[in-house]
Design a protein around this ligand. Structure first.
Ligand SMILES: [Zn+2]
Ligand SMILES: [Zn+2]
Length: 178
């Protein structure tokens, strides 16, 4: 299955293409320059940064880790209109469970009322949240997931870009950009 090159969410239907890259929506596609910069960040720096986030406190509740990327899914409909979305968030397992429950319940109540996508996407999104709730398809607890590493890479890329734009740091990573 195709995944979004920015947030790592699996793309079931649709998505946005930018050259050889795929994004789940326009919001993710807008991060193309950032993605290019972050791809130039060395792997060791990414692993180190991801490890710190993983073992650190939950950015949402301040509780103990492991912290990782948990993606919940939502759908809502109104007559012929149906909208579905995925919501990746860096947080601890207990915050993630609350979000799976919330988005699962919202989808179950608001998802069905559009034809045909409401009928198709509601079971999909509800099952995805249910899977997340019981730990299927979610991140492993002992090591940072690839999604977390990707986020760590993006944040290092953004920081690096900002530093270079602000004060002209050595552009050794940038030199590796395509
Ligand atoms: Zn995305
Ligand atoms: Zn938390």
């Amino acid at each position: 299955m195709a995944t979004c090159d920015f947030c790592g969410t699996s793309i079931l239907f649709g998505g946005v293409r930018e050259g050889d890259l795929r994004f789940c929506n326009q919001k993710c596609a807008a991060n193309l320059p950032l993605l290019r910069a972050s791809r130039a960040v060395p792997d060791e720096a990414v692993d180190q940064h991801a490890g710190l986030i993983h073992q650190g406190p939950c950015p949402k509740c301040g509780g103990p880790g492991p912290v990782d990327v948990h993606t919940s899914h939502r759908v809502y409909s109104a007559l012929v209109f149906t909208s579905w979305s995925s919501h990746p968030e860096v947080c601890c397992v207990s915050c993630a469970r609350k979000k799976y429950l919330k988005h699962g319940a919202t989808s179950l109540i608001l998802g069905w009322w559009g034809f045909p996508w409401g009928l198709i996407m509601t079971p999909v999104q509800v099952l995805r949240n249910l899977g997340g709730l019981v730990g299927i398809g979610g991140p492993a607890r002992d090591v940072p997931s690839d999604k977390l590493k990707q986020m760590a890479r993006t944040s290092l890329g953004a920081r690096r870009r900002a530093q270079i734009e602000a004060g002209g740091l050595p552009t050794s990573w940038e030199a590796e950009e395509d």
